[in-house]
Design a protein around this ligand. Structure first.
Ligand SMILES: [Cu+2]
Length: 289
């Protein structure tokens, strides 16, 4: 069975809900402050600073394993596939002073959201590890095929910034990359999910995700505090953006998001939605308009 279809748990992460809005991002600042050349935000680093003067503040999340004094420290970087064995993946988040962090804010009903995806944008998983008293997180983790995977830890340390850190994990074996043609429609377990709307770099982009089955709309259920969760990963570097639905959206078969991507390019979008108590993931490939 595909792991992406059987997420037993799921959620969202990201702390900072922009006041009265719907966009949640992992970047330390608003997405419009990214280093994208299309950004028109007022306090983008304009180059007056010396090279190396904390450009990370303007970067999307997930591109680094360490940021703002917080580091994602995996116990091992080798993971098993369904054919060569599986295991438990363990890691810690260390903070200032290199001590393990044990206090995290609950965001979307979880202290930490963990996402694993192969670097070609395939086999997305969103799971919720458990932390012990020493600050070690563990989660059963198996991937369906060999390759290099990116793992993202999406969390808010208590008193610290909303943060997404990423590390590469390796599943031994023959790796066959998958190309993803542009797609705005996905079928998952008989549910058809359709994406409407254009992604525009550096601007809020209204997106609608509609779920149906046998030609009829299907009403999605709330899960972990919203009606669906959307992760966008930039093709090429897997820059990570986590977007939540607009709060003015009534429950229904269509979930509305306002996403903002930091640059032109192609993005893989992963939409987690719940129907009849089961969380499923639909994925799309969209280039900026
Ligand atoms: Cu989660």
């Amino acid at each position: 069975m595909k792991t992406s279809l059987k997420l037993s748990a799921y959620g969202a992460a990201l702390a900072a809900l922009v006041a009265g809005m719907y966009l949640v991002g992992t970047a330390a600042g608003p997405m419009s402050d990214s280093s994208s050349p299309v950004s028109a935000a007022g306090h983008v680093d304009d180059g007056h600073g010396a090279a190396g003067s904390a450009p990370a503040a303007h970067e999307p999340g997930g591109l680094a394993s360490t940021r703002d004094g917080y580091t994602l420290v995996p116990e091992t970087t080798t993971i098993g596939t369904t054919t060569v064995g599986s295991g438990t993946f363990a890691f810690r988040i260390t903070g200032p002073g290199d001590d393990p962090v044990t206090a995290f804010d609950v965001v979307h009903e979880r202290q930490l959201h963990f996402i694993v995806v192969r670097r070609d944008g395939t086999d997305f998983q969103h799971v919720h590890p458990e932390m012990d008293a020493s600050g070690t997180w563990r989660v059963p983790l198996t991937v369906p095929a060999a390759g290099v995977y990116r793992a993202f830890a999406d969390f808010t340390p208590t008193g610290g910034p909303a943060t997404t850190l990423g590390v590469d994990l390796f599943a031994p074996g023959d790796f066959r990359p998958t190309a993803h043609a542009p797609s705005r429609s996905a079928v998952v377990d008989g549910y058809t999910v359709t994406l409407d709307g254009d992604l525009r770099a550096g601007a809020l982009s209204p997106l609608t995700l509609a779920v149906g089955r046998d030609g009829a709309p299907v009403v999605v259920q709330p899960y972990l505090g919203s009606y669906g969760h959307l992760v966008a990963l930039r093709d090429g570097d897997l820059a990570y953006l986590h977007v939540h639905p607009r709060t003015d959206g009534a429950p229904g078969s269509a979930v509305r998001f306002d996403a903002e991507v930091p640059s032109t390019g192609t993005y893989r979008l992963f939409f987690d939605f719940q129907v009849d108590g089961v969380v499923r993931t639909a994925d799309f490939t969209v280039a900026t308009a």
